[in-house]
Design a protein around this ligand. Structure first.
Ligand code: IMP
Ligand code: MG
Length: 183
């Protein structure tokens, strides 16, 4: 669906479908350059990163393996609970592999900071992070994010994989959710 289908629910559209695709193309080009000649495993964090993975992987003009993890860091609301739990682990043995974690948004950074040290303990050749969006809070965490699409203000956003109570993931654009939806 498009922003027009739910326009009461959004304060504004932050990034259109076209802007997102253009940004993913830029990130893919950088990734191709940085991993030239290396094998690469991209790890998508379910469920929010499904759209980013699907489009970024297809923007790459090289072979790449894809795997998935599911972790929970949020309850059903708009605030981080601070608790990280593995709901679905990798199917791949990553020892000696170059791993790129792909996520849609970093808020506090808690999830990815925890995940990075978890994956690093499995002796991969490298672990890096790619996120489409990053909120200001994340700068305070000691998590090194190599690829960032956009830094955004500290507002709750939905669309392109990002949900509020499991809705809006199938919105093509990314927008700021209107407070009346969650208050
Ligand atoms: P962190 O551990 O605080 O960085 O949590 C990151 C996770 O929280 C993301 O992968 C999202 O699932 C969720 N999240 C954080 N901010 C938003 C938002 O603005 N909209 C939707 N989900 C969000
Ligand atoms: Mg997520």
């Amino acid at each position: 669906m498009d922003a027009a289908h739910i326009d009461d629910d959004l304060v504004n559209v932050l990034f259109t479908e076209a802007q997102i695709q253009e940004k993913l193309g830029e990130l893919a080009a950088r990734i191709e350059q940085d991993y030239e000649g290396e094998d690469l495993l991209i790890v998508g964090i379910l469920r929010g990163a499904v759209m980013v993975m699907a489009d970024m992987a297809r923007a790459l003009t090289r072979h790449v393996e894809m795997d998935w993890m599911a972790v929970s860091s949020y309850g059903s609301g708009t605030k981080s609970s601070g608790v990280v739990r593995i709901l679905k682990d990798l199917d791949t043995d990553i020892s000696g592999r170059h791993v790129l974690i792909v996520d849609e948004i970093i808020d506090t950074g808690l999830t990815l900071s925890w995940l990075t040290s978890n994956l690093t303990s499995r002796n991969p050749a490298s672990v890096e992070i790619c996120t489409l969006l990053r909120k200001p809070e994340a700068q305070r965490m000691p998590v090194d994010v190599k690829y960032v699409g956009w830094d955004i203000p500290n507002e709750f956003v939905v669309g392109y994989g990002l949900d509020y109570r499991e809705r809006y993931r199938n919105l093509r654009d990314i927008g700021t959710l209107a407070p009346h939806v969650y208050s």
